[in-house]
Design a protein around this ligand. Structure first.
Ligand code: SF4
Length: 66
């Protein structure tokens, strides 16, 4: 799977995704918005990533299948 935040400038910076799955999402210190630190995460993280996508109020977390 491949994970993206798009469009990133619509991120609200609430860190819901980073709380759900810190292995993949972090809040960037520079601009206060979420960024993906692992674009090709292990399958074991799928549930946490899916939860982040479901809970993202901006609905900008995209999960693509390989
Ligand atoms: S959950 Fe969505 S809006 Fe919130 S920080 Fe993550 S990407 Fe941004």
């Amino acid at each position: 799977m491949k994970v993206k935040i798009e469009p990133r400038d619509e991120c609200l910076g609430d860190a819901i995704c980073a709380d759900e799955c810190p292995e993949v999402f972090v809040i960037d210190d520079e601009d206060g918005l979420a960024k993906v630190i692992n674009e090709n995460p292990d399958e074991s993280l799928r549930e946490a990533i899916q939860n982040a996508a479901d809970e993202c109020p901006a609905e900008i977390i995209i999960i693509e299948e390989d």
